[in-house]
Design a protein around this ligand. Structure first.
Ligand SMILES: CC(C)(COP(=O)(O)OP(=O)(O)OC[C@H]1O[C@@H](n2cnc3c(N)ncnc32)[C@H](O)[C@@H]1OP(=O)(O)O)[C@@H](O)C(=O)NCCC(=O)NCCS
Length: 179
């Protein structure tokens, strides 16, 4: 398995994983009708835009094995008003195909994101996770991230979709300078 920058050709595979992981991870958090209505082709368009956007600070990484794309991570500067976008990077999405879970793919993507943040000169990285997404929270805690006390209510939806309001909590990790 290797991690590389995504290309436009990866957009459909990324969207498929995005929809499948939502259906698995948010089974007890979002209503069945919302999960059933997730639109893979709309999300493929969204990911194609993100992958091809001429914005060097936002990047989509994919984990690839013999079967193709098995996970992805989207990163950029923080958009949180209480943090400095020049000093704080943010993991904006991280999803591993449910069929490929538990093999270290999420960890490899997160490690690469931390490397990219460090190389970009950020001092800290953050991410928001749904409060009830216990599996993902344990995963981040095992990787050394901790809650920083921030929480908010926000719609759980991809860009351009309407979502259910959920509570999200913020995790944070310090980055090692000069790595
Ligand atoms: C969370 C997620 C990215 C983890 O990816 P993964 O490839 O399955 O995780 P890894 O195999 O790299 O696991 C790394 C470590 O985290 C632990 N871990 C992973 N998922 C876990 C879970 N659900 N519960 C407890 N621990 C978990 C692993 O046991 C492993 O621990 P170790 O260091 O003792 O070996 C993946 O399950 C996922 O995509 N979930 C759905 C989407 C999601 O919730 N994304 C995060 C939203 S912000």
């Amino acid at each position: 398995m290797s991690v590389r920058l995504a290309t436009a050709e990866d957009a459909a595979a990324i969207a498929g994983i995005h929809v499948r992981t939502w259906r698995a991870a948010y089974r007890d958090i979002l209503p069945p009708a919302t999960l059933a209505a997730l639109d893979e082709s709309r999300r493929a368009q969204l990911w194609r835009c993100r992958v091809t956007a001429p914005d060097p600070r936002h990047r989509v990484l994919v984990a690839v094995d013999g079967a193709g794309v098995v996970g992805f991570l989207y990163l950029g500067p923080t958009g949180d008003p209480d943090d400095d976008a020049d000093a704080v990077g943010q993991v904006l999405a991280l999803h591993v195909d449910p069929d490929a879970g538990g093999r270290g793919i999420g960890r490899a993507l997160l490690r690469r994101a931390v490397d990219e943040f460090t190389r970009s000169g950020y001092r800290t990285a953050t991410l928001w996770v749904v409060e009830g997404n216990v599996g993902a929270r344990r995963f981040y805690e095992r990787a050394g991230w901790s809650t920083d006390g921030a929480s908010r209510r926000e719609p759980l939806a991809a860009e351009g979709e309407t979502g259910e309001l959920v509570t999200v909590v913020r995790y944070r990790v310090g980055l090692v300078p000069g790595v």
